[in-house]
Design a protein around this ligand. Structure first.
Ligand code: PMP
Length: 345
């Protein structure tokens, strides 16, 4: 029986990338040491770091006006670093809150500075340093519509759950970041991008590990990076380039469409996201009763469909359909759902 992992993160990793990283570790080209056991100041590591950055630049389709960092501390680290680096005495920032993670980002920032929390971009304070958005709410299963008009302010985005999973103009953002453990590999690493012009306005002389300009001065190698996550990211991004983003985006759209079609087929399922805001990467729904949800989850596990339980704060069911999840997983899930609904509906 095939088993599929619908976990929201840490999430499924492309098995080809896992095989490649395994081969990396078995290989000890450096006087008996693997790539995990050598200094991050060696040419061998520098080559990998540079390659990952080049791959990401190509995948985001951003130019020389953009600087990318591979930082420790996940997306939560960025919840703190962004306001710490950009908000000076008396400054404020707008935080658009449409769900748990947007609220979390705002709460964290409010420990550092005065934050303007808003539900609608029209309420934005035009004198603020930036507007922070969350492109995809992982728990609710909603995405911020790209067509939503936003005020003319520096735009910063948490893209943790849909980075490089949906088509997007990355040039539109002054800063974007994502934890790697959903679409880009494994945890403990944040991919962080800045327009150079915006970055140049950050605060100086903060403690180094938390200072973007210090990272910049050290060419992104201020201190020891998360070698393993970056090694894996090298293979994940190589494969994204080999497969082609358009092919991937089409496949991701098809996966979501297949699942939403089943959710819309019968009122037995109740899709949670409003139609215009349905996430392509996290699909959430409820069944008529909690008891049925428990039975659904138990039988799904037995059928090899793993980690479908909704977030502990939300309940219900959640299927995460990130890049590495094959279409066959969604087909198997939908077949299981049809069967379940036929006997329990
Ligand atoms: N933002 C979003 C949208 C997320 O989904 C998550 C993790 N689920 C985070 C931030 C926090 O990420 P990390 O655990 O890497 O700090």
């Amino acid at each position: 029986m095939e088993a599929y992992n619908f976990c929201a993160g840490p999430a499924m990793i492309d098995p080809r990338a896992l095989a490649r990283v395994q081969a990396d570790l078995a290989n000890q080209p450096h006087l008996g040491a693997s790539l995990l056991e050598i200094s991050h100041r060696t040419p061998a590591y520098a080559e990998i770091h540079a390659r990952v950055l080049k791959n990401l630049h190509t995948l985001f389709n951003v130019g020389d006006d953009t600087t990318l960092f591979l930082l420790q501390g996940g997306a939560s680290g960025q919840f703190a670093m962004l306001p710490y680096n950009f908000l000076r005495e008396g400054d404020t920032a707008n935080y658009l809150v449409r769900g748990y993670w947007g609220e979390k980002a705002a709460q964290q920032a409010s420990r550092i500075a005065r934050i303007h929390m808003i539900e609608d971009p029209e309420e934005a304070d035009p004198s603020a340093r930036y507007l922070h958005i969350t492109t995809n709410e992982t728990i609710a299963g909603t995405r911020l519509p790209e067509s939503l008009p936003l005020p003319d302010l520096p735009l910063c985005a948490d893209m943790s759950s849909d980075i490089l999973a949906v088509p997007r103009n990355y040039n539109r953002f002054d800063c974007f970041y994502a934890g790697a453990q959903k679409n880009l590999g494994t945890a403990g690493l944040a991919v962080v991008a800045f327009k150079k012009e915006f970055l140049s306005q950050a605060r100086r002389n903060l403690p180094g590990a938390f200072c973007y300009l210090e990272h910049n001065k050290a060419n992104g190698l201020y201190h020891t990076p998360n070698l393993f996550a970056i090694l894996l990211l090298r293979h994940v991004t190589d494969l994204l380039l080999e497969d082609g983003l358009n092919t991937l985006y089409t496949r991701n759209a098809r996966k979501a469409e297949t699942l939403y079609k089943e959710l819309d087929r019968t009122p037995f399922w109740r899709a949670l996201a409003p139609i215009g805001e349905r996430s392509l990467t996290n699909v959430t729904w409820r069944l008529p009763t909690v008891a049925l949800e428990e039975e659904f989850l138990e039988k799904a596990e037995a059928a090899g469909l793993h980690a479908l339980r909704g977030h502990r704060s939300a309940g219900g069911i959640r299927a995460s359909l990130y890049n590495a999840l094959p279409e066959a997983a969604v087909d198997a899930l939908v077949a299981f759902m049809r069967d379940f609904e036929r006997t329990r509906g």
